[in-house]
Ligand binder design. Structure first.
Ligand SMILES: [Zn+2]
Length: 200
């Protein structure tokens, strides 16, 4: 699990200080595994897993399209974790590729009403994509992230590489979801803003 390498660069003392701060703030829980207290990043794992599963589903569709396979049924997508399925839809949308529309159309009728509505919207957006300029498309993705990316109930805490402070990952920051995976920001919002200010 990638989270375990997280404090690699710090001394043990520094690490424990940070961990204490996070535990106090309620962001981490410790578990006793054998004799060693193990730090569990509860939600960080799920955030990464959800993104990977959604990515796998998208890759599967791509393979089927490449090989000219039409799936017999889309039933396998039903009753999956809602947050993961919506993330999958978001990834389909981000591709901006109309080739997925036939699969979306096949999927839509078997879904529950709320997901159905989201699928219909993604189909409409993909049809619009070509007409939109880059800025407009970006704006559309930002907007659609609000309904397609479900915030985790618990925050994902990252450490800023600039100021060393902990900060909360914004699940709706869609620029972190790229074609080949999720990229957590390296710096907190404050340090990023300061940097932008200097650059301008
Ligand atoms: Zn910072």
């Amino acid at each position: 699990m990638p989270a375990y390498g997280f404090y690699r660069e710090l001394t043990m003392e520094q690490t424990m200080e940070k961990v204490d701060v996070l535990i106090e703030a309620g962001y981490l829980k410790t578990e006793l595994s054998g004799k060693l207290p193990m730090i569990v990043f509860i939600v960080y794992g799920w955030t990464v897993q959800r993104e990977r599963r959604a990515e796998e589903l998208l890759r599967e569709w791509e393979n089927w399209l490449d090989q000219g396979i039409t799936p017999v049924s889309m039933e396998y997508l039903k009753d999956r974790n809602r947050g993961m399925i919506l993330m999958f839809l978001f990834k389909v949308l981000c591709s901006g590729d109309r080739k997925y529309i036939p699969f979306l159309q096949q999927w839509q009728p078997i879904e529950f009403r709320k997901v159905q509505a989201e699928i219909r919207q993604v189909i409409a957006d993909l049809n619009e994509c070509e007409r939109l300029g880059e800025m407009e498309w970006h704006e559309l993705l930002r907007e659609r992230a609000q309904s397609l990316i479900v915030r985790s109930r618990d925050p994902v805490i990252l450490m800023c590489q600039e100021c060393d402070g902990p900060f909360v990952f914004d699940h709706l920051d869609f620029s972190c979801y790229r074609a080949d995976g999720i990229y957590f920001p390296e710096k907190c919002g404050h340090c990023r803003n300061t940097e932008d200010g200097i650059r301008e």
